[in-house]
Design a protein around this ligand. Structure first.
Ligand code: HEM
Length: 158
């Protein structure tokens, strides 16, 4: 499996599609998703993007919980992400939530690289399904980038 990352292009429309539910089913539903996301966040804690996240253990735990719920829902599982999305569609809400953080392409690449490490731990999952999930992450994550090396800020729209 090639965890390819294509560069973000400021202002360019980002095309993405939500993961097919087969990935959620193949990892083992809610429990499998939780295992994957907890592993991801444990790695984030030791990564170059750790400073973006709460250092307090209890607060970090809350991020893990909310994050897992989002990923369960976006992957086609039950609608458990019970946050107030302020009338926005889930993906749009998620992009806007990231506006509060200065995310560079470098942060995105670290985020994706960390996720790739977590995905490599999955066993006996069809590569086609991992690729489908990866494509969502790789494309969607471009929308979370809002700060550029020249210092400019640009908030992407879906
Ligand atoms: C595919 C791309 C991404 C997805 C789907 C995603 C998803 C999420 C989710 C579900 C949450 C928790 C939302 C909540 O509080 O309810 C979150 C929070 C957050 N994400 Fe992302 N994320 C992505 C990319 C990134 C990237 C590239 C960064 C760069 C550092 C990042 C940084 C953060 C931060 C700082 C928070 C808030 C943590 C806090 O509550 O203090 N995310 N993200």
């Amino acid at each position: 499996m090639n965890y390819k990352i294509t560069p973000v292009e400021k202002g360019k429309k980002v095309e993405f599609k939500n993961p097919i539910k087969d990935f959620y089913d193949a990892v083992g539903g809610d429990e499998g998703m939780q295992k994957l996301m907890y592993s991801f966040y444990d790695k984030v804690y030791d990564s170059d993007i750790a400073h973006f996240f709460p250092q307090d253990e209890d607060e970090f735990e809350q991020v893990k919980i909310k994050n897992t719920k989002f990923f369960i829902e976006i992957c086609g599982g039950p609608k458990v992400y019970n946050e107030d999305t302020k009338g926005m569609e889930l993906n749009e809400f998620m992009v806007r939530l990231h506006d509060d953080f200065s995310i560079y392409e470098k942060s995105r690449v670290e985020w994706l690289g960390t996720m790739a490490e977590a995905l490599k731990e999955l066993e006996n999952i069809d590569e086609v399904l991992i690729k489908d999930f990866w494509d969502y992450l790789e494309n969607f994550s471009k929308l979370t980038v809002n700060t550029y090396p020249d210092g400019s800020v640009y908030y992407a729209n879906l």
